[in-house]
Design a protein around this ligand. Structure first.
Ligand SMILES: [Zn+2]
Length: 182
C-alpha cells in the first residue's frame, strides 16, 4: 500500500506499477547530485523494491517516495534517507507524516459527520417506538411515585423492591381475624 500526499489530498495506491507512472519517476538517482524537495508518499509492501539511490539499490519492504528539486521522483528507504540527506530528510518525513495524520483526521471527521443523521434517527426511534424509552420512562415514573397514577401502598412496595434489588413486591396489610386466631 502506498499513501501519496498530493494536492488532491491523501491518495492510497495498491500497486507499485502505479508509482512507476508518477511523472518524473526514475529508479536511479545519484544522491550526490540531487537536492530533495519533498516527501510525497510512503509505502509498505510484502514484496521488496530496490532503493532508487544509485549508490544503494538494496531491496526495501517500505520507504518513502521523494521528489527532487529538478522534478525527478524516486523511492528510498528511511535509513538511506537519513544517511544521505541527514536532518533535511528527518524534517521532511516529519512534515509528510503530519500531513498524512491531518488528512486521516479530516477523513475520520467527515465519516463521523456523515453518520450523524443516521445516529440521530436511531436515537429518535429508540425514544419514540412502541415500548421505547419514552414509554418506559412514563411507566417508571408511575411505579416509583413520581406521578400519582398508582395507589401509595403499591408505590411503596415497588420502591422497596428497587432498594432490595430482588423485584419482589411485598404489600403489608393487617391480618384478618381468622389469620390471627390461626
Ligand atoms: Zn537505499
Amino acid at each position: 500500500m502506498i499513501t501519496l500526499n498530493s494536492e488532491r489530498g491523501l491518495v492510497r495506491i495498491a500497486t507499485w506499477d502505479d508509482i512507476e507512472s508518477v511523472p518524473g519517476f526514475t529508479a536511479d538517482i545519484d544522491p550526490k547530485t540531487v537536492k530533495l524537495k519533498e516527501i510525497i508518499g510512503s509505502y509498505t509492501f510484502d514484496a521488496l523494491i530496490p532503493c532508487g539511490l544509485s549508490t544503494c539499490h538494496q531491496p526495501h519492504g517500505n520507504g518513502f517516495l521523494v521528489v527532487a528539486a529538478d522534478g525527478r521522483a524516486t523511492n528510498i528507504g528511511r535509513i538511506c534517507g537519513k544517511k544521505h540527506f541527514d536532518v533535511e530528510f528527518t524534517q521532511m518525513s516529519r512534515v509528510f507524516l503530519a500531513a498524512v495524520r491531518a488528512q486521516q483526521n479530516r477523513e475520520f471527521l467527515g465519516e463521523l459527520k456523515n453518520r450523524l443523521p443516521g445516529i440521530t434517527t436511531e436515537v429518535a426511534t429508540i425514544r419514540t417506538e412502541r415500548h421505547g424509552a419514552a414509554w418506559i420512562n412514563t411507566r417508571v415514573s408511575q411505579l416509583t411515585g413520581k406521578s400519582t397514577a398508582l395507589p401509595t401502598p403499591l408505590i411503596n412496595a415497588v420502591r422497596q423492591a428497587v432498594r432490595r434489588g430482588d423485584g419482589i413486591l411485598i404489600i403489608e396489610r393487617a391480618a384478618t381475624k381468622q389469620e390471627r386466631e390461626e
